[in-house]
Design a protein around this ligand. Sequence first.
Ligand code: PEP
Ligand code: MG
Length: 533
Amino acid sequence: MGEPVEIKGQPASGGIASGPLIVLGGHRQKRISSGDPKIELSDLHKALAAAAIDLAALISRVDKDGGEILAFQLAFLEDDTLKSAVEALIMGGSAADEAWRKVVDDETGGYETADDEYFRGRAADIREVRDRVLRYLDGSSEATGAPGAILIGEELGPTLFLETDWSGGGGVLLTAGSSSSHVAMLARARGVPMIVGLGNINLNGHREAIIDGETGIAVLSPSRAERQRFGAKLQELNDRTIREAEFRYRQGMTGDGERIEVMINVASADEVDHIDISTCDGIGLMRTEFLFRDGAPLPDEEQQYQAYRKLLLWAGNKPVTIRTLDAGGDKPIGGITPESERNPFLGKRGIRLTLAQPKIFMSQLRALARAAVHGRLKVMIPMVTVPAEIAETARLVDMAVRELDAEGIANARPPIGIMVEVPAAAIAPELFAEAAFFSIGSNDLTQYVTAAARDEASVAALNDPAHPAVLKLIAAVAEFGRKRSIPVSLCGDMASEPCYLEALLTAGIKSLSVAPSAIARVKAALTAIRIGR
Ligand code: PEP
Ligand code: MG
């Protein structure tokens, strides 16, 4: 165990966590072969069995789409032909890890070069399962996936984050990344402490860490005194959470009695399983791109319909705003997003992409029109830049409705609103007055207004949603909406941060959509603000 070392990065998701460190992307130990084929065979069988147990346990925890990937990986592990090929190499003198890697890589070669994107996606799934077995073989895996661990690495993809079991605590330390990235957003939604932009870290000899996601400070190999210090802070945080919890079931209201709508942002249908609908005013944003897992088969119309329906039934008579697929930028999806763009944030993403992929878009619009019969669905278009994008989406929604009517399938036409997150829309909202509602995406609006990428640690200080230029645009959109009776909400991450609430209310925002973990905190903070009526 090393000496305590304090490291500092950017806070990305609050809370305190401590636990064993697990290096993402695997700093693997070199395995030394026993030289005895019998021992190598036995090691192989043990590693395969351990990896199979991991996968079976994970399958019971993730949602349907994630489960399909894992089931595929499990079937791959249990393939007898593959196993016999590895055994034959071991009997011929190869080490267990070498033999396993060779046979699996030979197998994946065909997938990797396949024309079909589906098979290329499967190659990534196979590599993942290959590495899971290798970690067991080289002994570096005993803590992998252990609940309560602190994951550390350069970056962490949203899929891996979603597949990780956070029920026993744990946290994330990233040397790169930014607090505005999607994985940071997911961490905030689930209350997983995260620090990003830590720069180079020497992990030699460090096995444990304590992290404080609120200050961005972590200590590797913490001493007893440091544990006590963080313990006291944790106690303080818990007390604050308890104090704020009393606001959870109240309506959002400023100190001078102005009603503020507080809705939630979700990334999957399962997320609402543990949320009481009476704690919020509905769903202000469902990010559907997380149904489209990278490398996984695309969800079909029926799978999407089931997910949307579940949210509508949960919300009852409260609104549910579901955003059409916003792939691209920092949310690439294999097989959907272009691979060779030099600047994906300024490329074919959001509505630009879905309009160019009518088959994928139509299956989502049909699923949405079918789900609309179950509640107050509002459909929202991301990255709108020109009014024609609304008109074209409306035309496709009408087509979906006509098709469903002709097929005798129950449906309804939902109202269509837009994300105001491209400066063009925020500067000239009058061009988009046909939209049923506006929802300001302050995450993207901030990155485009400040020309500072939301996932780039080196410019994180410039990516400031409280920049007067961003606030000026927010105020202008709120004012335009008020004058033209177009409802305006804000669903970017700044809505979840108490420090920005006063500025937002002053800008005229009266409807917020926040991370579920921030409901009580935001409502508590609102009561301390007086906007003067
Ligand atoms: C935003 O841009 O503010 C937003 C809510 O959308 P996302 O973070 O998914 O891009
Ligand atoms: Mg956005």
